[in-house]
Design a binder for this molecule. Sequence first.
Ligand SMILES: [Zn+2]
Length: 200
Amino acid sequence: MIGVSFRRPVLSSFCPAPIMTTYISQNAFWGLLISAVEVYKRECFGLLIGYRDRKGAQDMYIVEHALPFQTAGRRHKGVVSNPRAHRRIDRFLSSIPQLSVIGDFHSHTMWGYSKAASHPSETDLEGMKAENVYVILSVNDRLREVPWQYNDDGSLSGTTDDHYFRLTAYTVTRAGEPRRTPILCPYALGFNARPLRAIK
Ligand SMILES: [Zn+2]
């Protein structure tokens, strides 16, 4: 298990924040995992495409696609995106009304024996905007099989054949404080479920 050393921001009890959830589609789930595995032990970076759905107290980010940036300069600690390529993609997406960028994602990977962090770095925080959602994928070598599950901190974790993943979604307050938002990914949980044997 990954030790998470992250200070939760103090929430004011007088101003309940709306319940924010990040829904990850099957498509986006595989997009995130494959992008991270492709460049593993370097970091991947990409855009989250979808929309924001608000119904009363329910506020949801619906992530339909995770689109990796092939031009991202990958280093072990951090990724730098290519600004010209970024602008080209922004322009392309702005011409397609069904697709809008609702945030981005990147991975953190293990280094020697130190496990990948699930919290945003100072540099990550600098790039975060209040209206967007950000997914950090922490990727480690798999030590044993762990079923996909939701964790108490709202993250989603589990293993594939070679890797242990933890997906954590963040928003940032106007004051720049990160907040985790619970991830909802029914597909990932169903992914462990074995079909029941048909009874004749
Ligand atoms: Zn980071």
